[in-house]
Write a protein that binds this ligand. Sequence first.
Ligand code: AVJ
Length: 322
Amino acid sequence: MSQAIGSTALKTVFDESDLLKQELLEGLLADDKYINPKFFYDEYGSQLFEKIMRLPEYYPTRTEIALLIKYQGEIASVIGKDKVLIEPGAGNCEKVQYILPALKPSCYIPIDISADFLFECANKLQTKFPDIDIHAVADDMKARIDIPEAFKNNDKVIFYPGSTIGNYKPDEALEFLKHSREVAGEDGGLLIGVDLQKDKTILDAAYNDKQGITALFNLNVLSHVNKLLDCDINVDLFEHVAFYNEKHCRIEMHLQSRTEHQCQLDNTCKVNFNEAERIHTEYSYKYTVESFSELAIEANLKLENYWIDEEALFSVQYYTAL
Ligand code: AVJ
């Protein structure tokens, strides 16, 4: 049976919400305004992201899934047997299902902050894969992971699909890689999905879809902020802006104010928006296999193997300790 281990979800609900408010206020009162992309994912935001993943212009999800399915045999033989597979931010545990049949790890540990949803998904997965011990952990990614006693001596492999790494600035991505290297240890590994640099028109289209779902997703962050801060930012006064910044190899998403206006954030803070002023909401960094593996070397990780699709849109890369 799948079970909760090391859950701190309940404990953190109260102190966390103050921290989140603080973080939002800091971003909105900064000279260059920003909202962390983690705030996209309230219930409606998560639904919109599900839609984004099925958009014709949004190639990453379907390309990565196709890679995992096509190369699961090769991936499994490079990684090896009897591993403990750990997935930070596992969400609905969908992608792992494409590699479990071939990889057959001894144990799978999905980690996510949405406790109820995670346990529900982990339970379903356990029924589908009765031979793999599934231990869901409700926590954030940086938490120390308690490996069940029975698997303490197995090698650990971290699974980080979805190009979630793209949300991090290079120095933050390096921190994540170092943390992964630490968790994986000398004999472990990291299987990671990394979106690739490509023609700007393909990238711009992927974040400016015709149906306007990405725009809704971006704007919805303001509705989420309104709920969290109990304030009244007028969403209609902002528009979605997304473009590929070739110099920094990243998609940038912003919310641009249509007019000059003010908002009351809480009892004490008011914020002013100039016409065309932007709130930065997301970076999505794009790498080459070379540029990402060079970053990984700084975290003492060496590229063992990688898989890319025929159009070179997306990569799945496997790293082991250097
Ligand atoms: C979830 C961070 C991988 O960067 O492509 C999709 C989020 N933002 N469309 C990405 C996103 C706008 C996505 N990641």
